[in-house]
Design a protein around this ligand. Structure first.
Ligand code: GDP
Ligand code: MG
Length: 437
């Protein structure tokens, strides 16, 4: 999914102007990519509509880099789809907090119980694991192995007791032992069936867990979503833990579960090792899916300090060859906090890294450049061609730099203008249909 989205949106990235048709075409491809990734089709439809509605509006068309704006909107809508903010575990005001894990067989309940316990232990809690899977051969042993490897006690009563009784006894045991989090590992089935649901309901009624978390295998795509819906209808789950994300290249489950069930994903697991669990952050997941985190953070930074209207003015000036050192200085001052200049320049439509190779500006150089421009007179800034030898000497002295520094800047400025002119000509030629790329 990430690859497809990147390819589609990458095409928009460098575009200066976007027509409604561009957006529609891109959205058609995004839609296909999402469907192929096994995202629920209703979710896809709503998502695409949301993005389109925002993308064809003025917000995008008037901005400096519409393509990047669309990427930003897609990212925001992806984040929204997955719940916007991180959903945390609600710890009980009077411990112990009781967490019940449920899910189909092989989803990763037992492994995840251990992972959660390890995570809580790191945060200063004293968890207790409870072995309530009495059916699967060696299930208890498995939990004991997990527990001992991370130094967490495991409560079990063998496989002859009923899981409801085991859970009940475990809570009493935990209270006596000062365990502030009790994690109940339950049995699963290959498919959802009445027996399983009844048993889980009975455990729920007996111990009244603070959190019922459903463990689902991300690799099962839309099936994971169906499972989540069914469990939620019967048990009323509080959240989802998505496992095996390491094997899920498509991301369909991650994108649909929240939208379909209204229940948040709380944790994600990306491997069999016990430390491979993370709290789920919708925004990080969205950026990961888009694979454009760098572009996104740059847009955010730029938006924070660059006035869009001013930026458009600047672009016009650039194209009309009216760009002077005055404008340059103003830009420098605005961009000071933005980061590497070449990256900023890349945001200007049509400026690829290739064109920028020749005018790479070192960060430390910026300070120098600013000083040099500040030492120029107004006239000199507007018409650099009048800067002769003696003026260069004066400027160097006034800015505390060398004549070589001044020369270099003048040369760079000239090259930049030349390059912009060339780009402008190319664009004109393309519009006339002389050649296509
Ligand atoms: P349960 O039947 O729900 O208790 O599932 P288990 O905890 O026994 O896990 C089933 C299998 O999935 C085991 O082989 C685990 O090692 C594996 N597993 C669990 N979580 C992950 C994960 O996040 N990534 C990968 N690759 N494997 C996992
Ligand atoms: Mg198990």
């Amino acid at each position: 999914l990430a690859e497809k989205l990147q390819k589609t949106l990458g095409k928009l990235k460098g575009k200066g102007k976007l027509s409604e048709k561009d957006v529609n075409n891109a959205m058609r491809e995004v839609k296909l990519a999402l469907l192929e990734a096994d995202v629920n089709f209703k979710v896809v439809k709503k998502f695409i509509n949301n993005v389109k509605e925002r993308a064809v509006g003025h917000e995008v068309m008037e901005s400096l880099t519409p393509g990047q704006q669309v990427i930003k909107i897609v990212n925001e809508e992806l984040t929204k789809l997955m719940g916007e903010t991180q959903s945390k575990i609600e710890f009980a005001s009077s411990p112990p907090t009781i967490i019940m894990l449920c899910g189909l067989q092989g989803a990763g309940k037992t492994t995840t119980s251990g992972k959660l316990a390890g995570l809580f232990k790191k945060n200063g809690k004293t968890p207790l694991l409870v072995a309530c899977d009495i059916y699967r051969p060696a299930a208890i042993k498995q939990l004991q192995v997990v527990g001992s490897s991370i130094g967490i006690p495991v409560f079990s009563m063998g496989d002859k007791q009923n899981p409801v009784n085991i859970a009940k006894a475990a809570i009493e045991y935990g209270k006596k032992n000062g365990n502030d989090v009790i994690i109940i590992d339950t049995a699963g089935r290959l498919h959802i069936d009445e027996d399983l649901m009844n048993e889980l309901e009975n455990i729920k009624d007996e111990v009244k867990p603070h959190e019922i978390l459903l463990v689902v295998d991300a690799m099962t795509g839309q099936d994971a979503v169906t499972v989540a819906e069914t469990f939620d209808n019967r048990l009323g789950i509080d959240g989802v833990i998505l496992t095996k994300l390491d094997g899920d290249a498509r991301g369909g489950a991650a994108l649909s579960i929240r939208a379909v069930t209204q229940k948040p994903i709380k944790f994600v697991c990306m491997g069999e090792k016990l430390e491979q669990i993370e709290p789920f952050h919708p925004d990080r997941m969205a950026s990961r899916i888009l694979g454009m985190g760098d572009v996104l953070s740059l847009i955010e930074k730029a938006q924070a300090s660059l006035d869009a209207k001013k930026a458009i003015e600047l672009e016009k000036k650039l194209r009309n060859q009216q760009f002077t050192f005055e404008d340059f200085l103003e830009q420098l001052q605005q961009m000071k906090n933005l980061g590497p200049l070449d990256q900023i320049l890349e945001m200007i439509p049509g400026m690829g890294s290739k064109q920028l190779k020749n005018l790479k500006v070192d960060e430390k150089e910026l300070v120098k450049i600013e000083a040099i421009i500040q030492s120029m007179t107004k006239e000199e800034r507007q018409n650099p061609s009048i800067i002769d030898g003696s003026r260069r000497k004066r400027i160097a002295k006034g800015s505390g730099t060398s004549i070589q520094d001044v020369n270099r800047l003048l040369k760079q400025f000239k090259e930049t203008k030349k390059m912009i002119k060339k780009m402008g000509e190319m664009e004109k030629a393309m519009k006339k249909g002389k050649f296509k790329i």
